[in-house]
Design a protein around this ligand. Sequence first.
Ligand SMILES: NC(=O)c1ccc[n+]([C@@H]2O[C@H](COP(=O)([O-])OP(=O)(O)OC[C@H]3O[C@@H](n4cnc5c(N)ncnc54)[C@H](O)[C@@H]3O)[C@@H](O)[C@H]2O)c1
Length: 330
Amino acid sequence: MKLRILSGADVRRAVTMAEAIQAVREAYVQLSTGQAVVPLRTPVPVAKREGVTLFMPAYLTGSDALGAKIVSVFPANPARGLPLIHAVVLVVDAETGRPLALMDGTYLTALRTGAASGVATDLLARRDARVAAILGAGAQARTQLEAVCTVRKIEQVWVYDLDRRAAEAYVEEMKGRGPPIPTDISAAGSPAQAMRNADVICTATTSRTPVFADADLKPGAHINGIGSYTPDMQEVPAETVARARVVVDSRLASLAEAGDLMIPLRQGLIAETDIHGEIGQVAAGLLPGRSSDQEITFFKSVGVAVQDVAVAHLILRRAAGLGLGSEVML
Ligand SMILES: NC(=O)c1ccc[n+]([C@@H]2O[C@H](COP(=O)([O-])OP(=O)(O)OC[C@H]3O[C@@H](n4cnc5c(N)ncnc54)[C@H](O)[C@@H]3O)[C@@H](O)[C@H]2O)c1
């Protein structure tokens, strides 16, 4: 049995952000229209290292895409010079059950998480959005900006990180990326400064408490919330959640995992019925997007295996055509 092995570099070469956004959009539609088998992901805590390894399988029945991701989040890693997140994705043939490929999932995770915000920004942000604010300047923040700039004509970007050096390194790197990412990118001294004129905000931090104040939001802003993947983690103020139009990637997963929603629910500030719906329902035309130019919209993503499996299948198709990676006999 042959298995194709793809490195992070192969994954980067195989698909563009625009293609990943399209693949994730189609995956979300399948998820929200009963065409996906997605058990809730299984976290295995590694308590003595304060780490967690998540097992995330999915089968998209519409596109016949089957596979699983194994992703680890080990908070002590950055201090020892290692990435916070390590991941692999296994692609399985839905015809026979045969494993087809194993690929590095670290960049794939950043790509599909960026693509998720690309889908949501396209469907929910104001058409005339020009200014973006990125809170958190880590691995996800890079693909967040790339995705937002892929779907809106962003002219100015502000980035804020608790670690000023991380924000400055981000500015240097992203300024040189080229279109669609603009060159007007600055490090902000505070979240308020970053958010002052922001039409699209991405929160991509490991924070446990809100990373901006509700009063910092400009009317009509759209927020993509990427961190907050456990019941006690929060990035977005409860007051914002209470007044925003809230759209999630998966209702089931976000109500089980996202402190950004679970904390205001516990506090009685919102009810489950205040969650407008899933982004796949909006993409499928089953639910409207924003209702006015003044409304605050909030997309909360916890990450769903359908994103990984859909993007991994696309990568494998492209890689086979481009001759990327190597094949091993198992
Ligand atoms: N939704 C998803 O599908 C998805 C996918 C991947 C990762 N994530 C989550 O996204 C978050 C970011 O991941 P990453 O890989 O970019 O991590 P990272 O460690 O590379 O970067 C996080 C950055 O956030 C900064 N930060 C922490 N608290 C802050 C605050 N209050 N204000 C501003 N900056 C702050 C840190 O200094 C760091 O630079 C993590 O919680 C991760 O688990 C979510």
